[in-house]
Ligand binder design. Structure first.
Ligand code: BG6
Ligand code: BG6
Ligand code: GLC
Ligand code: GLC
Length: 940
């Protein structure tokens, strides 16, 4: 007996410990901490690669932006339907999220029903799969007595990789796990679901958000734990998401705050990065899968593959005689015969061995006790490797978050879900332990997502709903600026009647139609040296223009006019101009020369001759006293006289539109219109003298006067007209006054009214206030103020900056609207202006700028269409070919204004071909040309 015992003891010593045998056989699956750290480092490199715009295309780990930018804050509310497709179960749910009251967290109520998805639908046509989803939704609503008539908001958990540009859009990159339905890859999944819903009679839902299950899990757990910024799934598939800094997500504009990134870590290794960690069993699992070469990490980790890995190992060991005395059953040879549930059961602490025996008996393997111990150990190693791999991945993500935030220690919560994590008895413990060992400096809490992902999806939808409502309100506000073609036709018609009325009446028309006494466009014979002064645009300029045979040369100096001078007394203003002229002549070495001068004065002047003009009213930012009703040429002459150190021969007073037209006409004889879209807006054009009724009236009156022996101030015009020499005269329309009689009230918004009320010329220049550089920024500011007050912008915070008039100069508007500017740069411009907002705020600001400037360009286009059609009709033509000289900072610097203007003219004046010629040298050259012509005529 004793001997027998001894023999048995000796024999058992000789016989190998079954676990050691397995350890040796599976040594490649047993990962030590060095290997895990190495894996974690590789994984970190993958995260970077996927985030960068340059390497994303080639990256295996796709790092998909989710457009989920915040974790729950308790303010979410609403009642949602939810669909949950892609895990082991397809569910339809109703989720009610109640807003929190005070410090209490809101709560969530859920009802759900699981609907089976027949296998053939997983691999059939995607439309059929989605029809099934939609029908199930309908059935659920019916069962829960949810009205089918109302439009219900819906949240969709779709657990596959999708490239999302918005929350409610997502292109399926590829199927994973056991799904392979045809016709959806590369298509918008939300759209596919919408179409299925449309096909389902009586069903009406609004899909607000589509989220990956990882994201939904993070949100679910985040509802109770605000530190939850990571979500992982270890279920049928495996994946992780986390809150990444927006500045690191190249594929999304913006640099502020965070966005959740769906890593799709299941595809880690698809580019060979895990080659040295793969075993022959992993290769076999991959080769036999429906997507070979894909989801390599997932195939080492997730529930869909763990059972199969165990089966392949056991099969191989059996074949090598290391198990079951070399016996292999048909069942063991059959794919799928060991499931993940089996692996979980075998790994159980108390009943594991018994469970293993049951599993092996099921497989007709008739195992010995050692076989059971060995197979149980195989399943432990396989599932331990899975949790180790997940730990390494998670360590990479947590390290990245810690580095992103520059923190020594990180306190963070990881939300987890998935059947493996939930049902495998040892899995969570092992995972937590390894993560904490790999990252001793992090305080990591793991929270199981008890209520599944739909709660989180509903929370995302609740935020989306709030944003949609925000967007809708912003869009409704901006729609006030979107003019329909009929409205533009009305503007054109009103402009036309304004032009006609202005030609008839001397004083009562809002469009003044001021005769300029410029009859001719230049003929190229102009010679000599001229001085030009240019007041009324952004700057005051003094110029010297020299006309030679074919060429002209231009020298100029820019002077600023301080606000106190613009709005001081007339005498001070003109003294200042005289001072600038003196400085310029001195600078040019011409102080003692009496040069002929053209004076561009960009304000409405009632002229009685080319060299005199009474200021009708100041416009734009000028308001110098004692000037309106006075002859501005005399005022300048007197100011020069007061100095007594220079002399000028002012031969022409012209508006900037006229100067611009002349300047361009010097290059192109077809140029018979001048337009300014700058600080102010205005247009001049060559009108038939016979149509300028007020000159007729004036002529008659002067004739009467002459008969009475009074001085004939219009002698030139009348003589020319009588002689039939001059057929046309340039008319300065002063179209900026359109609407001053209320004729634009139907399109004038409350913001325009506000701008008008705050201006120095209330009720005047209404068209100009909707179209020109001096006011567009103010209109934008008024809209921003209103949106902010309504809580739709800048978090509802009305800053002092925003309350400051004039912060948006045209140049900023132009920069903000530039297509070449990334959102980040827009945000930085706003920051320079003192407007600190999020990227989302920047998008809204940009939209506001876009609609305001587009309306400006369209209104000018409608006005221009009225003018060119009038010229065409004047000439009795079916078709008019004409050129317009244009100038002004809005036209020249704004990225879209000129394009929209041209397009509007094209549509609204189809019988005219209008060529726009930007004036190269400003209206100063035009002023000099007019001076040359005027002097020639005077001297003749
Ligand atoms: C569930 C989610 O809780 O977890 C699913 O609602 C998700 O959407 C799943 O896919 C992951 O686990 P499994 O094991 O079902 O794939
Ligand atoms: C310039 C003219 O070229 O354009 C000015 O010379 C004119 O007289 C100006 O007023 C209009 O542009 P802005 O943008 O300076 O008002
Ligand atoms: C697969 C999917 C992924 C999902 C994961 C868990 O890896 O590609 O989107 O999150 O499974 O369900
Ligand atoms: C204002 C002036 C006008 C000028 C225009 C462009 O509208 O009234 O005379 O042409 O601005 O500068």
């Amino acid at each position: 007996m004793f001997v027998a015992h001894l023999v048995s003891f000796y024999f058992s010593k000789l016989q190998e410990d079954p676990t050691k045998k397995v350890d040796r056989f599976l040594h490649a699956m047993r990962l030590n901490d060095d290997q895990l750290n190495e894996l974690s480092a590789r994984f970190q490199a993958e995260l970077k690669k996927g985030l960068s715009a340059e390497s994303n295309a080639a990256a295996a780990v796709k790092m998909l932006p989710t457009h989920v930018c915040s974790t729950p804050d308790g303010s979410e509310k609403g009642q949602f339907l939810a669909l949950d497709l892609g895990g082991s179960k397809f569910k339809v749910l109703q989720v009610k999220v109640r807003e929190c009251v005070g410090i209490k967290k809101g709560d969530v109520e859920m009802e759900e029903k699981i609907y089976p998805v027949p296998d053939e639908l997983l691999t059939g046509r995607a439309t059929e799969l989605f029809d099934h989803v939609s029908e199930s939704l309908k059935d659920f609503m019916h069962e829960k007595n949810i009205s089918l008539e109302k439009k219900h908001p819906l949240a969709f958990t779709f657990s596959f990789p999708c490239d999302q540009s918005r929350l409610d859009q997502g292109t399926l990159l590829n199927w994973s796990k056991n799904y392979k339905a045809r016709g959806l890859q590369g298509k918008d999944v939300v759209q596919a679901l919408r179409e299925a819903v449309e096909r389902t009679e009586g069903l009406d839902v609004e899909i607000l958000a589509m989220v990956n299950d990882t994201v939904a899990t993070m949100m679910t757990c985040g509802f109770d734990d605000s530190y939850c910024e990571v979500g992982i799934i270890v279920g049928t598939g495996t994946n992780a998401c986390y809150m990444e800094e927006l500045r690191h997500i190249d594929l999304v504009e913006g640099d502020e705050g965070r966005m959740c990134v769906n890593t799709e870590w299941g595809s880690f290794g698809d580019d060979g990065a895990l080659k040295d960690f793969l075993t022959e069993f992993d290769r076999e699992v991959d080769a036999a899968s429906s997507n070979p070469g894909k989801q390599i990490f997932e195939k080492m980790v997730s529930g869909m593959h763990l059972g199969e890995l165990v089966r392949l190992v056991v099969l191989k060991m059996a074949k090598l005689g290391k198990l079951f005395d070399g016996r292999v059953s048909d069942a063991l040879r059959t794919k799928g015969k060991i499931t993940t549930a089996d692996v979980a059961a075998m790994d159980e602490y108390r009943n594991g061995l018994k469970n293993t025996k049951d599993v092996l008996d099921e497989l007709d393997l008739n195992p010995s006790d050692d076989d059971c111990i060995a197979v149980q150990h195989v399943s432990t190693i396989v599932s331990f490797r899975s949790s180790n791999l997940v730990a390494a991945g998670l360590a990479a993500i947590l390290t990245r978050i810690r580095q992103n935030r520059n923190m020594g220690a990180l306190r963070i919560t990881v939300g987890v879900d998935g059947t493996v994590y939930k049902t495998h008895p040892q899995y969570p413990k092992r995972l937590h332990k390894v993560v904490r060992r790999l990252l001793p400096e992090c305080q990591v809490r793991f929270v199981l997502s008890e209520s599944g992902s739909s709660k989180g999806a509903a929370l995302v939808a609740a935020v989306a709903q709030r944003l949609t409502s925000l967007r809708r309100q912003v869009s409704e506000t901006l729609s006030l600026f979107r003019l329909k073609e009929e409205q533009l036709q009305l503007v054109k018609a009103r402009m036309r009647s304004g032009l006609d009325a202005g030609l008839r009446s001397k004083s009562s028309s809002t469009i003044k139609m001021l005769p300029s006494f410029v009859y001719l466009t230049p003929d190229g014979t102009e010679r000599g040296k001229y001085l030009a002064l240019d007041l009324g645009g952004t700057n005051f300029r003094a110029l010297l223009v020299r006309f030679k045979k074919q060429t002209s040369r231009l020298y100029h100096k820019i002077y600023t006019i301080p606000l106190e001078i613009m709005q001081g007394t007339g005498e001070e203003l003109f003294d200042h101009l005289a001072q600038c002229v003196c400085d310029f002549l001195d600078y040019m070495g011409l102080k003692n020369t009496r040069l002929p001068a053209g004076f561009t004065f960009s304000f409405p002047c009632e002229q009685s001759a080319i060299d005199t003009g009474t200021l009708v009213a100041w416009t734009k930012g000028f308001k110098a006293t004692d000037s309106e009703g006075h002859d501005v040429v005399s005022m300048l002459r007197e100011a020069i006289k007061r100095r007594n150190d220079i002399d000028l021969d002012i031969v022409a007073l012209i508006n900037d539109t006229v100067g611009t037209m002349m300047s361009c006409a010097h290059e192109d004889q077809r140029c018979e219109i001048g337009m300014i879209a700058g600080t102010g807006t205005n247009l001049c054009y060559m009108e038939e003298l016979k149509n300028i009724e007020k000159i007729e009236q004036r002529a008659t009156k002067t004739e009467e006067k002459t008969q009475k022996g009074e001085k004939n101030e219009n002698a030139g015009a009348e003589k020319n007209k009588k002689d039939g020499e001059m057929q046309k005269m340039c008319i300065n329309t002063e179209w900026g006054g359109l609407g001053d009689d209320g004729c634009l009230d139907d399109i004038i918004t409350l913001y325009d009214t506000e701008v008008d009320q705050n201006s120095i010329n209330q009720g005047k220049q209404r068209f100009e206030k909707m179209t020109s550089g001096m006011y567009l920024g103010e209109v934008v500011r008024q809209v921003l103020l209103d949106l902010t007050r309504r809580g739709l912008l800048f978090k509802g915070h009305v800053s002092e900056t925003l309350k400051t008039p004039g912060i948006f100069e045209t140049k900023y508007l132009s920069q903000i609207e530039s297509d070449r500017l990334a959102l980040l740069q827009v945000r930085s411009i706003l920051q320079q202006l003192g407007l600190h907002g999020t990227c989302h705020d920047s998008i809204i600001v940009k939209h506001v700028c876009l609609v305001v400037s587009r309306r400006a360009a369209q209104l000018c286009g409608a006005g221009m269409a009225a003018v060119v059609d009038k010229i065409r009709e004047n000439r009795g033509l079916d078709h008019l070919d004409i050129a317009v000289g244009v100038d002004g900072s809005l036209y020249k610097l704004h990225p879209h204004f000129s394009q929209v203007l041209k397009e509007t003219v094209r549509v609204m004046a189809p019988q005219c071909d209008v060529t726009f010629q930007p004036s190269e040298e400003g209206s100063g050259k035009g002023a000099a040309l007019i001076a040359a012509v005027a002097r020639r005529k005077r001297d003749v």
